[in-house]
Design a protein around this ligand. Structure first.
Ligand code: CDP
Length: 226
């Protein structure tokens, strides 16, 4: 038995975080929380309501009046609910990809979502993935990991994801999009993307998903509390 610790997994787009975090949670019997899905849900609603991505007050207000839930769906995947509607597919749309980092810059939006995320992890036993989990949301998490991969590998993975979902995009377009998102995420003033103090950095460019998962579960199980 593994102690019900909290595990923070951060990293840029295409680093393999989501698949790794979901698999680790399944293996350990922990709750998986995808914080990016929450920023995506707020962004989707902003697009639907025609709110300008530079209107910080309107975006903060919008986040506060949104209900966002994550439920376990079939085969371990998460269902994301926005105001009780299933937006699992809708939050992956290209228009959301293009605007999400702008919405995620807004301090009031971050503050609100971080409080929800902290409440989810209050009893431990959570694998939470995002950009600022180890640095800002759960700085006290027992385990912190920062996943990276080369830009080419990240673009290749993201392109595969998108092709599987039926989007017809060119590799160059995908590289451009994730580099732009990384730039905004790393340069923003509030809780930018960076490895947390004490985080173990894992470069997954040459590792399989299983190898990364095992590195994490071995570290967690091997702490001598089991
Ligand atoms: O899965 P992918 O790497 O494409 O991104 P995501 O995890 O769904 O996150 C989408 C966006 O939300 C990121 O590019 C960040 O702008 C923002 N985000 C954030 O600011 N903080 C988090 N903890 C999670 C996501």
């Amino acid at each position: 038995m593994v102690r019900r610790v909290n595990i923070a997994i951060d990293g840029p787009a295409g680093s393999g975080k989501s698949t790794v975090a979901r698999t680790v949670a399944k293996k350990l019997g922990f709750l998986y929380v995808d914080t990016g899905a929450m920023y995506r849900a707020v962004t989707l609603k902003a697009i639907q309501e025609g709110i300008d991505c530079n209107d910080y007050d309107a975006l903060t207000d919008l986040a506060r009046r949104s209900r966002i839930d994550q439920e376990a769906g079939h085969n371990g995947a998460l269902r994301v609910m926005l105001d009780n509607m299933d937006v699992t597919q809708a939050i992956r749309a290209q228009e959301v990809n293009h605007n999400v980092s702008l919405v995620a810059r807004v301090p009031g939006v971050r503050k609100h979502l971080a409080a929800l995320q902290q409440a989810m992890a209050a009893n431990g036993g959570v694998v939470m993935e995002g950009r600022d989990i180890g640095t800002a949301v759960l700085p006290q998490a027992e385990f912190k990991f920062f996943l990276t991969a080369s830009p080419e590998e990240r673009a290749r993975r993201r392109l595969n994801d998108l092709l599987e979902k039926g989007y017809n995009l060119k590799q160059q377009q995908v590289i451009k999009e994730i580099m732009e998102r990384d730039r905004i995420d790393s340069e923003r003033a509030t809780d930018p993307l960076k490895p947390a103090e004490g985080a173990k950095v894992i470069d997954s460019s040459l590792l399989s998903i299983d190898q990364v998962v095992n590195l994490i579960t071995d570290a967690v199980s091997g702490e001598g509390t089991g």
